[in-house]
Design a protein around this ligand. Sequence first.
Ligand code: ATP
Length: 388
Amino acid sequence: ERTTQRTDRDVSVELRDVTKTFTEEDGSTVVAVEDLDLTIYDGEFVVIVGPSGCGKTTTLRMIAGLEEPTGGDIVIEGRDVKGLDPRERDIAMVFQNYALYPHKTVHDNIAFPLQIRKYPDEEVEQRVQEVAESLDIPGLLDRRPSDLSGGQQQRVALGRAIVRDPAVFLFDEPLSNLDAKLRIEMRTELNKLHDRVGKTSVYVTHDQVEAMTLSDRVVVLDDGQLQQFAPPQELYNAPANKFVAGFIGEPPMNFFTARVEERGGEWWVVSDAFDLRLPDEHDAKLREWTGDLGNAEFGVRPEHLFDVAVQGDPGEGATFDVLVKVIEPMGPHMDVTVAPVDRPDDEDAEFTARVSNESDVSIGGRVTLGVELDKAHLFDGRTGENVL
Ligand code: ATP
């Protein structure tokens, strides 16, 4: 449904084979972004995530015109922006350190981008009022930034960015200086704002909850390279590789070094901790897989493991016993750190199960875990690619 819709939509921002290399003082080079292709559609909210140093900010700065690509092209609204200044790119930026003018009122801070572009006074007034209302700050227009809370200051910074009606909004960790509660509040605010304004937005964060909740699609980068570009639910359900699988989800997916065996037409995955029978519907994919059956990584999310004593026995090949090491009650469920029964003291073999809060687990005790095998994944041990 989404895909057919997308083909009719206009492209807003396009990165074609974009590479950025930095040269250090000693002459060595750092490849910050490599051969990146991205097509972002009009009105989409795209979030870029990845570990520290993966190239998120560099990508955003290249779109903004604060950094020129070493190779490749960037096209905004049909225009190749090579050599164009940030001001010539029809973009607005909101950064982590939203520098408001301290001596100006909220009103004048928001009005400023219009005034320097010589908008008529009447239009300035009208737009400032509209923006203030859409951000729920009309009562603050006469105050100065120092008399505002962090969240209110951030709203003003947003207001200053959206007052101008640019083609694209660029955000670089705009919520990272706020405390946890305000972050959530502003996240909801941004979501509402995007629903209302519907502007193309590119948003950098290392907070995966922000990525999942704000985005239409997420760009996952690792070491300057695109790992996956997909809607958030798809990243969770169908990660392209082991990196994405481990990066998206909290607590993270558990990985087990394993081998795959065919036993009389049945497919089994075997590790130090278990023998599990893979669902029959995977047969075709497993036969197609050209990798080494003896070199696989089995991945299962903590929430796809359960306590058989509470939720029922799924039958042979879908359960295994473990020893309980740590119990963390979370309210609706418990996160338990467990170890394979024959490796009780090997910390490297420990993993996490998210079990029902009715589960009668005790530290040092044994528990039988069931596995939702249709939701588990198998990765090629050599390439990390998703096989199942
Ligand atoms: P973080 O989450 O820590 O902000 P990031 O994903 O935004 O990281 P970038 O800031 O884009 O990562 O950096 C990507 C790589 O490029 C890093 O290895 C970084 O050290 C390097 N880099 C970035 N800017 C420069 C620069 N001006 N000179 C040299 N190297 C740079």
